[in-house]
Design a binder for this molecule. Structure first.
Ligand code: ZN
Length: 182
């Protein structure tokens, strides 16, 4: 089936369909801000230009549109153009080849960016648009918060733990004292 529209016109139509409502990225930013997290946007010095950069947590967050980044779509290697729709990424039948190629390119670029960030010591968190519905946003963001804090702990953990935490409970005051000596 051929498309009546030029790729540019089609792009505008698809943007209108899939870009409705509050931008997913904005929902994430608002949640983080309300919960006291501070971040920077469009930091050019960080590879892959993540949507949100949290230096304190050495974490880069990408907020991905399910359509553009092919959330949950299945691809088959033998026939490189075959891609199976998912619940949140429905590729149009019209001009399908064009869209499959576009989504594949986006996915490849994503993977390269994530890898580059990872190699540079960044934690990468990918949040999908479908995880930000009113029903799911709280659960999603609590998971993000957990990842942030776990990573922060990992970054700042003392190299040697001089006692068995479970067997020898130690008061915070005593721990502070030990910490000062190291
Ligand atoms: Zn999705």
């Amino acid at each position: 089936m051929t498309d009546r529209l030029t790729p540019e016109q089609r792009h505008r139509v698809m943007s209108r369909i899939y870009g409705k409502g509050t931008k997913p990225e904005l929902k994430v930013r608002q949640w983080l801000w309300r919960h006291g997290y501070r971040y920077r946007l469009n930091v050019k010095s960080v590879p892959g230009k993540p949507d949100i950069v949290m230096r304190r947590y050495r974490t880069a967050i990408f907020v991905n549109g399910c359509f553009w980044h092919g959330h949950h779509v299945e691809t088959f290697q033998e026939t490189s153009l075959q891609m199976v729709n998912s619940k949140c990424c429905k590729i149009p039948q019209t001009n399908r080849e064009f869209w499959v190629n576009k989504i594949k390119r986006n996915q490849e670029r994503d993977q390269k960016n994530y890898q580059l960030l990872h190699d540079n010591g960044w934690q990468v968190i990918v949040i999908w648009e479908c995880q930000l519905t009113p029903k799911r946003i709280e659960e999603t963001m609590l998971r993000v918060e957990l990842l942030l804090n776990e990573h922060f702990l990992a970054l700042h953990q003392p190299k040697v733990i001089p006692y068995d935490v479970q067997e020898t409970p130690i008061s915070i005051a005593a721990e502070e004292e030990n910490y000062g000596k190291r």
